[in-house]
Design a binder for this molecule. Sequence first.
Ligand code: NI
Length: 151
Amino acid sequence: MAIRNIIHEEDDRLFKTSRPVEVFDERLHCLLDDMAETMRGAEGVGLAAVQVGVLRRAVVIDCGDGLIELVNPRIVGQSGKQSGPEGCLSFPGEYFVVERPNSVVVEAQDRFGRPFRVKGEGLKARAFCHEIDHLDGVVFKSKATAPYEGE
Ligand code: NI
């Protein structure tokens, strides 16, 4: 495992659409392992492959209750609304208020290509939405309703 370099706003790859993962091999496993280590090293709760410069549809999330790997994820259900502060490892020190669904259901594949479904509420729903947006080149700032002026 290795910590990879996280790209920032000035890198236009951040705004590109990622391609689906088609091969579930050792290379993908290495990418996912590195993404988890990179996320933890940066004390984030989520990271998309594009943030380490790989334009493939893969995401890691850990909201404090265990690592979730999402390959080719898509949101298949959502309900409720939440409005709160959000940050991004590609925008260090920047926080904005973003409105998200309070609850989402995601369909994805695991690192071996097996399909599964996972539900997230609160912070986890926010993380799912934020990271899946990255796969379409969408960053949180573009959805902000206000700057976050909290402590
Ligand atoms: Ni982000």
